[in-house]
Ligand binder design. Sequence first.
Ligand code: PFF
Ligand code: NA
Length: 455
Amino acid sequence: MSNPNSLPKFSSRLAFILVTAGAAVGLGNVWSFTYVAGKNGGGGFVLIYLLALALVAAPVFMAELLLGRLGKASPPTSLRSLQKQSGSRLPWAPAVWLGVVSQIVILGYYSVIAGQAMHYIFVSLTGGFSAVSAEDVAALDSSFKAGPLLPLVWSGLFCAATALIVSADVRSGLERAGKLLMPALFIMLIGLVIYAALVGDFAAATNFMFGFSDITLTPRVVMEAVGQAFFTLSVGVGGIMMYGAYMGDNVRLPRAVLWIVAMDLLVAIVAGLAVFSFVFGFDVEPAAGPGLVFLTLPIAFGQLPAGSIVACIFFTLLVFAAITSAISMIAPAVQRMEESGIARYKSAWLVVSIAFFFSFLTAMSLTDWQHVFPLAALGFDGMTWFDLMREFTNNIVLPVGAFAFALMVGWGVGRDRVRAALPMEDTIFFALWFQVVRYLVPVAIAALFVYSLGL
Ligand code: PFF
Ligand code: NA
């Protein structure tokens, strides 16, 4: 079973693109992109975000796929063999073990947010969004968070669905989920933005997202843009490396990366246009923070003629986006255990059980433990378990992993092997990308770390 030749492959280029776009497109595109852009004033931030995506995150995304293609196994196993082949004495595998474990932590809080969206689908089906007032929406949110039970029931269901999909073999699990859910997501999104443009204020939304806001270019803003770019492409933790290993040899890498990054960007922008059309059309606050999607947007839904249906479609879209990302979070751990002879279904359920423990911490952070700050003594005052989990994964693990992967591809594997794994016609593109991965990415990430430590 640890024979690398037995590693399953996605059945086609399109399958690879859909499944990997599924990993990328998630809550980050709708839930966090809209609120981070909203908080930072829109247009100016979006521009910095585009630069961060093109110059830092996307090049690492390709580097990570490449490590998977070269390693042909679960991420830890891939990196161990690549390290040996390269003759490096640095331990490569621990860099991705950190990511493999962290993705389980990410699933812990991701499942609770997705769980709230699942709950809201249920509410919309029972007519709960028709003619709601701002107070009704606030009451709905606080009734969801009245105690840990409801968040845990829904996040448990979400984790169970994730385990069920990953239990199956790669083609009938991961691949089928991406092929079914991603097209459905695109259709719902297009319907939603057309409707939003008709009933909401599309001009204000466009202006907000692309108009020039006078943003002050602080390192903090750059950091949020880079952080959001890493998160949205899931780079630095090994999920993308795993999909790179499942990728068929006929996939043309730079082209596929372009498609996937474009899809991720397009979903974020189109979802942003829809959300802000509703927000401006019905006079609610765009800078509402993380509550934008759950607390602010439903106020707009309440005033729409077909509010419950729109709410149902919107939250279904959110759950579809979330589940295709969630499966990428446990795929590396499950594949690694399969290499040790453990059946996929056993490891999938084991891994989501661990994630569910972090769901418990998240659910408690939103309810009874809102004022419990476990690491206050270490200087993390005011941060709940949920805040700490997000801070640790987003601001430390993703950039550290991205930094390590860039060094491996830029300096460790060897230029010729890298070149050979990227059969592309365009040598200039390769040369540019390779220099970016060698120099720009590590320097940029190191600079951000130095800055944030100096705070
Ligand atoms: N890319 C996902 C999103 O935009 O929602 C988030 C994510 C998934 C981050 C998987 C990290 C990860 F390992
Ligand atoms: Na994303």
